[in-house]
Design a protein around this ligand. Structure first.
Ligand code: AMP
Ligand code: MG
Length: 395
């Protein structure tokens, strides 16, 4: 199954199972969440015309070449008096323009005479250095649409409009389980044939960044009874996310248990790393089974599961930005699967890590992102390739 088709199917499944519950949260707690209702401006921004400079506000028609007396001083945060005709006002950045003024000259172009009057050294223009009322937003305008993920910029914008709380989509609850007799948690001694569980940490912190509530289901041994028992005890979750144990190998207990109490499809994805991916339902709860090799887990979570989880929360644009970058490597052998090479940008070219094995997570720690090599292509040094930075995937 081509990557696009897998993504299309997953997004259709997500559209069919949206998380509809919403909650009100303080701005401080809204980072990474998805806005549930359109945010409409209740204010004009700025609410009144104000000065973009420290300088002098005047009515252009009052300037005939004769110095003007200063009739008031206006600081940011204070209300001005209407401008006395034939005078100017000392004004500071962000202070409201007095009624009657229509331009501001910056102090660097103004000369204060011995008698305190001000002479303007340069030609003046109507509206110069004035930020007009409503230049950013007008009352009633849609400022942030429902389905937008809230990051620092959206939160800053909501704050400029005076919102203290936002209506957001409930956090998805995701159960994370690792499978395999070989897995041991860091901190414990390794027995013969055992390795440390890396996927659990990778996925739990990634899911937390994505605004999910994680139900950590720990490690499942390769044992059917224990697998059944664990699945039965997961409780109320929106997604069961597992790694390993769902290939067609002999230790496919997760697959067996899922088939007993639901349905399961094994997708042979045309993706490298990460060929086997399963999607199914266990007692009505969607299940995504990622491949166990850490670099495969990374790629299939980032390119398929992350978009799925965002779409469950109503996010429309779920795909990462892709950039065209010249290759700093030769890729000699055309593949039958789409390949995601862990890569780093240096001197305007993208370079790949020397070992692209799916078991090597260090390749990703070295990299800034992945190069997408299309099926059947052999990009050479200097050819333009597609690069997806991790910064697009990890948040
Ligand atoms: P599996 O799909 O269970 O056959 O796993 C494929 C490979 O990924 C095997 O080498 C596993 O040891 C490895 N693997 C599976 N799960 C994890 C995990 N949570 N952390 C690190 N490696 C894993
Ligand atoms: Mg296994």
């Amino acid at each position: 199954m081509p990557v696009e088709e897998a993504l299309e199917r997953l997004l259709a499944l997500a559209d069919a199972a949206p998380i509809t519950a919403t909650e009100k949260v303080a701005l401080a707690a809204a980072e990474g969440r998805v806005l549930a209702c359109d945010l409409v401006a209740g204010l004009d921004l700025p609410p009144w015309p104000n000065s973009a400079m420290d300088g002098y506000a005047l009515r252009l028609a009052d300037w005939q070449g004769e110095p003007l007396a200063v009739s008031q001083r206006i600081f940011a945060g204070h209300a001005p008096q209407p401008l006395q005709s034939g005078t100017c006002a000392r004004i500071f950045t962000g202070a409201p323009l007095p009624e009657g003024a229509d331009c501001v000259e910056m102090q660097e172009n103004a000369q204060v005479m011995d008698d305190g009057r001000v002479h303007f050294l340069e030609p003046l223009a109507l509206g110069q250095n004035v930020r007009p009322k409503g230049q950013e937003t007008r009352v009633g305008e849609l400022v942030i649409g429902a389905g937008t993920r809230l990051g620092p910029i959206q939160l800053g914008l909501a704050a400029t409009l005076g919102f203290a709380e936002l209506e957001v989509v409930r956090r998805p609850r995701v159960a994370v389980l690792s499978t395999g007799d070989e897995l041991v948690e860091p901190g414990l001694p390794l027995g013969p044939g055992q390795i440390y569980n890396s996927n659990r940490r990778l996925l739990v912190s990634w899911l937390q960044r994505l605004g999910c509530e994680v139900v950590d289901a720990g490690i499942l041994p390769d044992d059917l009874a224990r697998t059944r028992q664990c699945l039965g005890g997961l409780g109320d979750v929106d997604l069961i996310l597992s790694t390993g144990g769902v290939s067609v190998g002999e230790a496919d207990y997760l697959g067996l248990a899922l088939r007993e109490a639901g349905e399961l499809a094994l997708w042979k994805l045309a993706i490298k790393p990460g060929k086997p991916l399963t999607f199914g339902h266990y007692q009505g709860v969607p299940v995504i089974g990622l491949p166990g090799n850490p670099a495969s887990t990374l790629v299939t979570f980032g390119l398929l599961t992350r978009p799925y989880l965002l779409r469950r929360q109503g996010v429309a644009k779920v795909e990462p930005l892709r950039f065209s970058v010249p290759a700093g490597f030769d890729w000699p052998k055309a593949g039958t699967r789409r390949e995601y090479l862990r890569a780093r940008i240096e001197d305007g070219q993208v370079h790949i890590y020397k070992n692209q094995s799916s078991g090597v997570l260090r390749s990703a720690a070295w990299a800034d992102g992945v190069v997408e090599v299309l099926e059947g292509t052999t990009p050479q040094q200097g050819d333009v390739v597609t690069f997806i930075p991790f910064s697009e995937l990890l948040g």
